[in-house]
Design a protein around this ligand. Structure first.
Ligand SMILES: Nc1ncnc2c1ncn2[C@@H]1O[C@H](COP(=O)(O)OP(=O)(O)OP(=O)(O)O)[C@@H](O)[C@H]1O
Length: 481
């Protein structure tokens, strides 16, 4: 924000959105009767010169908000339910008018805020695409040029010719995201709660979002502070309609989480019992050798509901991919030590990623690599064959296989994707023959991990009280009189 010390521009043209003293008040009526009395009875009373107190109470959803959101940045908006996030975004989009203050927007906004908002339910998906494109300032020719890409992105098949009112909520999100991704917006406003769907679609949206973020301005609303830290550079925190803090996303989410923990602890009535005795968990000691990837709690966790059950979805060759085509990836699987493909993997256990490729041209030094990504498209880990196997040459028509054996980290609940690539050359300078965005999808159904992006095996954990020391003996002797 331009008001903090994080190097944010102060010049007017560098600001995408400026809010000056913006407030939004609502009138809350206790009943329909009260609403009627306010409309009919109160003006009448006033005309008769009688005192007329209102039949409503004022509620302030947003209170004197002043912020400046710099261009080219991604700003996260966090706050508890009812803190005013949606109200703020609707004011920025212009779908709500402020009761007080001023909203200035410098650029074209596309928003994914409310399901179906921006679409006319009676018109077909096709018609809505053209209407939205026109509202965003695209000419008919430009809209026609992008139509095929929008339809391909939405991937809702023949429903594109159906009225939007017949769409499921998933189809609405698909169409809405496809449209906002293709209308040359300067500012994107995204409520993460709406950017949901199957894992392939979410990954596609996140890839688009990350590309857009390289230049555009994004406002991202989420209840998930980890998502805000991962995607945003700046953040604002709304609390009961007031701006509680603004600044770097990392620092702000740390304060936000600390405050949430403090509030939750304060609301807990029961006192926390003091640790009185040695509380070492049932963990074998001494520590296992460092290279033994053994998690000391493995048997404990694996016998509990927190076992990290990871479902692995089968590889489909037709997945979204690109590349020069000199070679292709024909099969990918996660396998066990016996080479059997796995449908389920348990986090913390060894696994092999097995990749089968076919050379369509002769290749000098093919490189096979993978990236393991979370639902936000953030790479958690990855590797490739370059450092260990740069000497291999293959002839056109020849198959070759790569295998990566590793301990699967324990993964917090959610969806993950493994991207695969077949390249040729060196790590810095190579031809990309095929890159498959979501070659394998993995879903973590249960997990003991609540913090961090992945869990690593803990070799040893202990917690114990120190032995009580005997009180020092008194050295002074009392003299008797
Ligand atoms: N039309 C309205 N009339 C009266 N009160 C409203 C109206 N719209 C919103 N509010 C109130 O304003 C407050 C802020 O609502 P808002 O939807 O902006 O919160 P939010 O932070 O987006 O919440 P959530 O995270 O649950 O979506 C809430 O207390 C809500 O009940």
């Amino acid at each position: 924000m331009c008001s903090d010390a994080s190097g944010v521009p102060e010049k007017r043209e560098d600001i995408a959105i400026r809010l000056v003293g913006v407030s939004k008040h609502y009138r809350l009526y206790p009943s329909t009767q009260a609403r009627l009395k306010e409309w009919v009875w109160r003006p009448l009373k006033r005309r008769l010169g009688r005192e007329a107190s209102p039949y409503y109470r004022n509620f302030t959803a947003l209170d004197s908000i002043s912020v400046e959101l710099p261009k080219g940045h991604t700003t996260g908006i966090i706050g508890r339910n009812g803190s005013g996030k949606s109200t703020l975004l609707q004011l920025i989009c212009g779908t709500l008018q402020p009761s007080e203050g001023r909203v200035e927007v410098n650029g074209r906004i596309a928003a994914l805020l409310e399901l179906g908002a921006g679409f006319n339910p009676e018109f077909t998906g096709r018609e809505n695409i053209f209407i939205y494109a026109a509202i965003m300032g695209l000419s008919r020719a430009q809209a026609e040029k992008r139509f095929t890409d929008i339809v391909a992105f939405a991937d809702i098949g023949a429903f594109i010719e159906q009225p939007v009112k017949a769409y499921s909520s998933g189809m609405l999100v698909r169409l809405a995201f496809a449209v906002i991704a293709h209308v040359d917006a300067d500012i994107l406003i995204i409520d993460e709660a709406l950017a949901v769907g199957d894992a392939f679609f979410v990954q596609k949206c996140m890839r688009f979002l990350r590309r857009f973020m390289e230049q555009g301005t994004v406002l991202f609303v989420s209840h998930d502070s980890a998502a805000v830290t991962s995607l945003c550079d700046h953040a604002i925190w709304l609390d009961q309609g007031s701006l509680r803090m603004q600044g770097s996303a990392k620092a702000l989410t740390e304060h936000y989480l600390a405050a949430r923990y403090a509030e939750e602890n304060a609301s807990k009535a029961a006192p926390v019992p003091a640790v009185t005795a040695a509380a070492e968990t049932n963990i074998p000691s001494p520590m296992p050798a460092p290279l033994d990837y053994h998690d000391a709690r493995k048997s404990l966790i694996n016998a509990s509901p927190w076992r990290n059950d990871l479902e692995v979805f089968a590889f489909k060759e037709s997945q979204n991919s690109f590349g020069q085509g000199g070679g292709s990836i024909s099969h990918v699987a996660l396998r066990d030590a016996q080479g059997q493909p796995l449908r389920w993997v348990v986090g913390g256990e060894p696994v092999s990623l097995h990749v089968v490729c076919t050379a369509h041209l002769s290749m000098d030094g093919p490189i096979v690599g993978f990236l393991f990504k979370d639902r936000l498209g953030q790479t958690l880990f990855g590797d490739n064959t370059f450092l260990t196997h740069s000497e291999l040459s293959v002839e056109a028509g020849q198959n070759f296989e790569a295998e990566f054996t590793f301990v699967m980290p324990t993964l917090p609940q959610g969806q993950y994707s493994i991207a695969l690539a077949l390249a040729e050359g060196s790590q810095q300078d190579h031809v990309q023959h095929q890159w498959i965005h979501d070659a394998l999808l993995v879903e973590s159904h249960s997990s003991s991990e609540s913090t961090g992006l992945v869990g690593i095996p803990m070799h040893h954990i202990s917690l114990q009280a120190s032995h009580a020391q005997p009180a020092p003996r008194a050295t002074a002797t009392r003299s008797s009189s």
